[in-house]
Design a protein around this ligand. Structure first.
Ligand code: GDP
Ligand code: IMO
Ligand code: MG
Length: 422
């Protein structure tokens, strides 16, 4: 297999974890390039269900290397609890997990700032400190994994940051001193545990590619949560889109051979923000129950809608998809008819391109076309030709609307419930 990016095409939770786990069979390295533990990627192997937040979804294959790249913001506390949980379940990360020394750390004050910010405006974040950590990174005051390994530098940077945060949080001088000693104590422990995993991950990846190995680049979140290309400000603070693989891992665009978009057979969204093809509450509830659409990180109910081809076509454009994986087709088994949003009605016009302004999107009405359902259990399908005709027609309509080849169709959460389209 070549070096391929796997990107969410909608608002996250498309089933990237499952698709990455499947494709990881043929890869040597699986690397995360952005986001943090706001992600929740589910992989089901037999009766075991794993939800990965920071560690790449390739970790369940013991012979693969996993990389957390420089573009990720990393909470050491969350990292080690994830590692401990995996260890308890017999999955080891020793010797096969590599963390970039350039990745930025999520600090306890990032969570406090996010909480205070959330009281002023509702975006419905995951409350993991992601936004404030990226603010510090871009503002050039962030603390990086490499700093943790040189504790003198870590202490200096911490002092500098606490001087700034005390004003933002309207806290006292005592707060600075007590927070400083708590963080120093806590993070000294993390430094010792982190050391064996820390590496120049850009070098690891480029040497592997030179040696003919293949790398799978795993996005967190999805295209519409991208801070540049998504539904700003109702988005995350990083770039999940494919272009950010290079900056997030320290590689050049010339080593990327393909980009696979993961698209759910319908649409979901967690958190606030406009959602043109959102279903009315009764139908949204029905899909949520059948599809078990509850956040893998926060447990929040996901808002559900029909498949939106305007979004999918936009995702094809901004990521340059060379192929798509459709997930959760089985969830539509009992739905008839099935609708697809093919355009937006706005101010008496039909828009077929995704608008950039949130106020425009808020006023968009979906234009639907309708297809007959298949009303058959497809979850045991092994070959694409075995799918009922109407299910194939639905897949083919998505492919036609997006002008993109569908290479994989997932029909269940388990590892083997996936059909390759020849
Ligand atoms: P991710 O964040 O993109 O990795 O997606 P999540 O793990 O947050 O959400 C996807 C959910 O759908 C998880 O519970 C998966 O186990 C489940 N899932 C993935 N693909 C399929 C599928 O084809 N059919 C069904 N029924 N469930 C799936
Ligand atoms: P995966 O990788 C779905 C959403 C949050 C919120 C917005 C900003 O599992 O697909 P943040 O905490 O990132 O500042 O929150 O982004 N969000 C996700 N929604 N899946 C995710 O990750 C998400 N990560 C963040 O709900 O609306
Ligand atoms: Mg998820």
């Amino acid at each position: 297999m070549a070096n391929v990016v796997v990107v969410g095409a909608q608002w996250g939770d498309e089933g990237k974890g499952k698709v990455v786990d499947f494709l990881a069979q043929d890869a040597d390295i699986i690397a995360r390039y952005q986001g943090g533990d706001n992600a929740g990627h589910t992989v089901v192997v037999g009766k075991e269900k794993y939800v990965l937040h920071l560690i790449p979804s390739g970790i369940l294959h013991p012979d693969k290397k996993c990389v957390i790249g420089n573009g990720v913001v990393l909470s050491p506390q969350r990292l080690f609890s994830e590692i401990d949980e995996l260890k308890q379940r017999g999955i080891s990360v020793d010797g096969n997990l590599f963390i970039s020394d350039r990745a930025h750390l999520i600090m306890p004050y990032h969570l406090l700032i996010e909480k205070a910010d959330g009281e002023d405006r509702r975006i419905g974040t995951t409350n993991r400190g992601i936004g404030p950590a990226y603010v510090d990174k871009v503002g050039r005051s962030g603390i990086r994994v490499g700093d943790l390994l040189n504790f003198k530098v870590f202490r200096e940077k911490l002092e500098f940051n606490l001087r700034k945060k005390v004003k933002i949080l309207d806290e006292s001088e005592e707060w600075v001193e007590s927070t400083k000693s708590e963080i120093l104590q806590e993070y000294r422990g993390y430094a010792d545990r982190m050391r064996p995993f820390v590496a120049d991950t850009s070098l690891i990846i480029s040497e592997a590619i030179k040696a003919g190995k293949s790398v799978l680049f795993e996005s967190a979140q999805g295209t519409l949560l991208d801070v540049d290309l998504g539904t700003y400000p109702y988005c995350t603070s990083s770039n999940p889109t494919a272009g950010s693989v290079c900056a997030g891992l320290g590689i050049g665009p010339t080593v990327i051979d393909g980009v696979i978009g993961v698209v759910k057979a319908y649409t979901t969204r967690v958190g606030e923000g406009p959602f043109p093809a959102e279903l009315p509450p009764d139908m949204s509830h029905r899909i949520r129950e059948i599809g078990d659409e509850f956040g893998a990180t926060t447990g929040r109910p996901r808002r559900c809608g029909w498949f939106d081809a305007v979004i999918a076509r936009y995702a094809v454009r901004v990521n340059g998809f060379t192929g798509m994986a459709i997930t959760k087709l089985d969830i539509l088994d009992k739905i008839d008819p099935i609708k697809l949003c093919v355009g937006y009605r706005y101010n008496g016009e039909i828009l077929t391109e995704f608008p950039s302004q949130i106020d425009v999107l808020e006023d968009c009405e979906p234009v639907y076309e309708s297809m007959d359902g298949w009303l058959t259990d497809i979850s045991k399908t092994k070959k694409y030709e075995e799918l009922p005709e109407n299910a194939r027609k639905y897949v083919e309509r998505i492919s036609q609307l997006t002008e993109t080849k569908v290479g994989l169709v997932a029909v269940g959460p388990e590892r083997d419930r996936i059909v390759v389209v020849d």
